[in-house]
Write a protein that binds this ligand. Structure first.
Ligand code: PMV
Length: 314
């Protein structure tokens, strides 16, 4: 039996825009998914990961497709394997749950079957797995779960390799994560953004141009750990996401509550239309912001970001 764990991620800047080749910044969270892969006579999957209610059921078909794609990429037969998933990453839309499980399964299978794959190939296999969840993923989730820390990510144009730049940031940012409790459908929301882009190209281009300047400033602000600038840019990024229609009333309510309670910045993260929001906080404001979100009836968790990437255990 081989075991590996991988962290979830939060997109700090650039969800949706990343699909169109603009750079995004993501960071690994402290919560991790643990995968155990064991050679066996027949296939079985046990999934004990903690979840937002309904998440696993919603994703079950996609999960099977994802495992098949990864084993195909590793030239292995999934019929001869037992997979067991656990860990402390609470599954939710926006936390990179699928990317974390793909990276952990790929690394554990690599160890169990002695395939000798390096980190880059493990990331390629995890990317294949992500396709099972949402047809044309940018690859940011699996890359963040594989490499950990903070990453600067730019999707390659059709078929070309993506640019994945681990950022040398020592910024220890404290984040409150608010959960709408709604599992969003990435394929559907990404499809609707595509329709907007095709229906109103000039408007979309203006929004994308504004995002591009935010992304450059954000990288510099994270590098120098300028919290107030990072927060301001998060707010601006959230406004653009609202403009392209991927926010919802629950996310807006949490963003407003977090800012009123003293968060430095707040935005939705990931797909949107449900899923998660993130608020940048300090030691002084962390509890106030978390409790303001809880008072509105949502779950809130506190996490550090910049955690270690996928690793084999034992
Ligand atoms: O909801 P998440 O964490 O899987 O993030 C999706 C991010 C998108 O940019 C909307 C899609 C993608 O493939 O990058």
């Amino acid at each position: 039996m081989a075991k590996a764990s991988a962290p979830g991620k939060l997109i700090l800047f650039g969800e949706h825009f990343v699909v169109y080749g603009l750079p995004a910044i993501a960071a690994a969270v402290e919560g991790r998914t643990l995968a155990e892969v064991t050679k066996a006579d027949k296939y079985s999957l046990v999934d004990n990961r903690p979840e937002t209610p309904g998440y696993k059921k919603e994703k079950r078909g996609q999960q099977q497709e994802s495992i098949n794609l990864m084993f195909k990429a590793m030239r292995l037969e999934p019929s001869n394997v037992r997979i067991s998933l656990g860990g402390d990453l609470v599954l939710a839309s926006g936390v990179g749950a699928s990317g974390a499980s793909c990276a952990a399964i790929a690394a554990a299978a690599n160890a169990e079957f002695r395939l000798g794959l390096g980190r880059e190939r493990i990331n390629d296999v995890a990317y294949e797995g992500e396709k099972g969840y949402h047809g044309t993923p940018s690859g940011i989730d699996n890359s963040c779960s594989t490499y950990g820390g903070f990453i600067w990510f730019k999707k390659g144009a059709s078929g070309a390799k993506s640019e994945i730049g681990p950022m040398d940031s020592k910024a220890k940012l404290s984040i409150v994560v608010g959960n709408t409790g709604i599992t969003s459908n990435t394929t559907k929301v990404v499809g609707e953004v595509k329709q907007l882009k095709e229906g109103e190209p000039a408007r979309f281009q203006m929004t994308a141009d504004e995002y591009l300047s935010i992304s450059g400033e954000a990288k510099a602000a994270i590098d120098r750990k300028d919290l107030s600038k990072i927060g301001d840019l998060m707010n601006r990024n959230h406004a653009l996401l609202r403009d392209i229609g991927v926010s919802c009333k629950e996310l807006e309510e949490m963003v407003d509550a977090a800012l009123d309670a003293g968060a430095i910045g707040a935005k939705l993260t990931g797909t949107g239309r449900g899923g998660l929001m993130i608020a940048l906080v300090t030691e002084e404001t962390v509890e106030k912001v978390a409790s303001a979100i809880r008072k509105k009836g949502y779950k809130a968790e506190i996490t550090g970001i910049g955690a270690e990437g996928v690793k084999v255990i034992g």
